[in-house]
Design a binder for this molecule. Structure first.
Ligand SMILES: [Zn+2]
Length: 421
């Protein structure tokens, strides 16, 4: 057996409230400072604990897999990422939103450019890691091929190639939370927020309560990805037409084509329209948030499907939200309050065409200071039959639509398929 000593950090656990663990010389973070050096790098490395100025660790929800790799002896804990050639393919220019400590609270706007702006730290062997990555890709999507075949989208050789693929810039964003401003956004005391986060994760990060001097948390949750159609720097130019879809993950529909909801058709329609906007000189952005099942998770979601379909009278638009609340305790846990941060990262000031029927999303965007000109609902012909229950329930609950809202009696008549069918 190989000597695995270098894989071990320490054989015993040291409580983070221990005075030895408080390092007075850590680099302070002044969230929102316009000079990145004044702002300071987010250092969440576990390889040199003395440098840490953040709670949690890199990798979002994958941090637990990393721990497993270390436990299994397949990951060297002293590994520092070699960042050569990893720099962004496109520079996202800093803008006013970056310099307001309350505008962006759930991601680090400098996260893509750390190897450049914090080069001096990295040269001194401080383990500063990117939390955002920017690259280029092509999308090949059956629904897009169909829309080209049907003449709704054309091949221009710039945005849409003759292979029917679409050119995009992809931006992956890991969560970085600045706790004082997050507390403010929820009208909470910071201490109260930290206590509840600590308690309700089963005590996962003791530093939330023992280290009030550390203000930044890298939470073990999913990331977000922005897909940009056209010139990324046009996003911040209010004179350029902008089409936007903010999409919350729905694995069953998005990936597997499950027909109980409208998620995938709405997503691909958003991509189609974003590409079309880029073709006429505008810019499109689709942001994908890993918030499966209204951030309640897929197990809860499938339980709700069964409860909906087995209830007396069958699955009906009139009881759609009620069933979710019965199982999950809440209708929706997505809290769209953080979602606009990703828009502010690109310094978006106005959206011409917002592809969303959700008032929670619309209200969060407008409240954050972004103007929304038009709201675009999913075309009726794209709604799968079994998804009519969801769609009619949402419209009746006040979701945005150009259609007339159905009466209670009519809502009861909008029925989904039975489980055995
Ligand atoms: Zn869905």
């Amino acid at each position: 057996m190989a000597n695995k000593d270098f894989m071990k950090r320490n054989s015993h656990v040291i409580l983070t409230s221990h005075s030895n663990q408080i390092f007075k010389e850590v680099v302070p973070i002044h969230w929102g400072e316009s000079d990145p050096h004044q702002r300071g790098p987010v250092i969440a490395t576990l390889s040199e604990k003395e440098n840490r100025n953040a709670i949690g660790s890199h990798g979002g929800s994958y941090t637990v897999y990393r721990a497993l790799s270390i436990a299994a002896g397949t990951f060297d804990v002293s590994h520092k990422p070699d960042l050569e050639n990893t720099e962004p393919t496109n520079i996202i220019k800093p803008g006013p939103s970056w310099f307001d400590p309350e505008k962006i609270v759930s991601l680090d706007p400098w996260g893509a450019h750390v190897s450049e702006v914090f080069k001096d730290y990295i040269d001194k062997k401080v383990n500063v890691q990117p939390t955002i990555a920017v690259t280029q890709a092509r999308l090949s999507i059956p629904e897009i091929h169909k829309s080209i075949d049907e003449g709704r989208l054309s091949i221009d050789g710039k945005v849409v190639f003759d292979t029917k693929d679409i050119k995009v810039t992809k931006v992956a964003i890991d969560p970085v939370w600045y706790l004082p401003s997050i507390a403010k956004r929820f009208n909470l005391e910071e201490g109260e927020l930290r206590r509840v986060l600590y308690q309700e994760t089963g005590g996962m990060f003791p530093e939330l309560v023992t280290r009030p001097d550390l203000k930044v948390l890298l939470p073990p949750i999913g990331s977000s990805t922005a897909y940009i159609f056209g010139d990324i720097n046009d996003l911040s130019n209010p004179d350029v037409e902008l089409t936007c879809r903010v999409h919350d993950e729905c694995n069953g529909s998005d990936v597997f084509g499950s027909d109980i909801c409208t998620c995938r058709p709405y997503l691909t329609y958003g991509i189609e329209d974003a590409a079309r906007t880029a073709q006429r000189g505008g810019v499109g952005i689709v942001i994908y948030f890993r918030k499966e099942g209204r951030a309640l998770g897929e197990v809860t979601k499938f339980l709700v499907y069964n409860a909906r379909k087995r209830q007396e009278g069958g699955d009906s638009a009139s009881t759609y939200f009620e069933r979710t609340e019965c199982v999950a305790g809440v209708q929706d846990a997505r809290f769209q309050e953080f979602m606009p941060d990703a828009l502010h990262y690109f310094n978006i000031k106005k959206i011409d065409n917002l592809h969303s029927m959700s008032n929670m999303k619309y209200d969060a965007i407008v409240k954050s200071g972004i103007e929304v000109k038009n709201r675009i609902s999913i075309p009726n012909e794209l709604i799968p039959e079994d998804a009519l229950v969801e769609m009619e329930a949402k419209k009746a609950a006040g979701y945005f639509t150009e259609d007339k809202v159905k009466s209670d009696a009519k809502l009861r008549k909008v029925q989904g398929r039975k489980l055995e069918e």
